[in-house]
Design a protein around this ligand. Structure first.
Ligand code: PGA
Length: 248
């Protein structure tokens, strides 16, 4: 059975004080202990948020550079982030792809860097609206996975986390219907079976992201192939985030 996971992507929001208050609030609320809980604050705050969070809340980063060190002004390596307490990173969020020009080839380098440095990651994929409008979403997402993730061996991909985030649903209030989410998640699982095997497919958690909130999380998480969520806006309030964690 894939692990159930709810992760909060804070993006470029919150001051340090607000972030500390938020993680304290999440710690304080009663949460389903079977759900792995991860927060992704701005990298600058990882150390402080990690120190404030109880051991049950994991702290990750929204981005990292694939090189381990060197002349990459403004960037952070896995080695540095791990030394500050980050245990996991996002790869391929649509905002990184769209605003910072991160290509499938570059994301593959990040996947390899993470694997080589024993750093967990959530690999994000998802189609823009114009692709969905011409019914091209399955081919589009399959290509993202083929070009950046599916080169890993069965052993390397074991237990990894994928987040399906349709671009048109991110930050728009327009959630994918549970049927749309399930169709894509089921397809992703079937591609893993085709490429690897059933046991590998069942070891991989596939999260949904895109305007997931306390009102729709239960319906989305009820889908057989939806193993949790990557939450943006609704992860910025402890109550909302905890309701989503408890939505299974
Ligand atoms: P949203 O963002 O929940 O605000 O739509 C999700 C994400 O970008 O991970």
């Amino acid at each position: 059975m894939p692990q159930k996971i709810v992760a909060g992507n804070w993006k470029m929001n919150l001051s340090l004080t607000e972030g500390l208050d938020l993680v304290k609030g999440i710690d304080a609320c009663e949460r389903d202990q079977n759900v792995r809980t991860i927060v992704f604050p701005p990298a600058l705050f990882v150390n402080a948020i990690g120190a404030r969070a109880s051991g049950e809340i994991e702290v990750g980063v929204q981005n990292f550079h694939p090189e381990s060190e060197g002349a990459f002004t403004g960037e952070l390596s896995i080695k540095q982030l791990k030394s500050a307490g980050a245990t996991i990173g996002l790869i391929g969020h649509s905002e990184r792809r769209a605003y910072f020009g991160e290509s499938n080839a570059f994301l593959k380098e990040k996947v390899d860097a993470a694997v080589n440095n024993d750093f967990e990651f959530i690999f994000c994929c998802g189609e823009p609206l114009f692709i969905r409008e011409k019914n091209g979403e399955l081919d589009f997402v399959k290509n993202q996975l083929n070009e950046s993730l599916f080169h890993l061996s069965a052993e390397q991909i074991q237990g990894k986390i994928i987040a399906y985030e349709p671009v048109w649903a991110i930050g728009t209030g327009r959630t994918a219907s549970s049927a749309q989410a399930e169709d894509m998640h089921k397809a992703i699982r079937s591609w893993i079976v085709e490429k690897y095997d059933q046991a590998t497919a069942e070891s991989i958690s596939i999260l949904y992201g895109g305007s997931c909130n306390r009102s729709n999380a239960n319906e989305l998480f009820s889908c057989p192939n939806v193993d949790g969520g990557l939450i943006g806006g609704a992860s910025l309030k402890a109550d909302d985030f905890c309701s989503i964690i408890n939505a299974f």
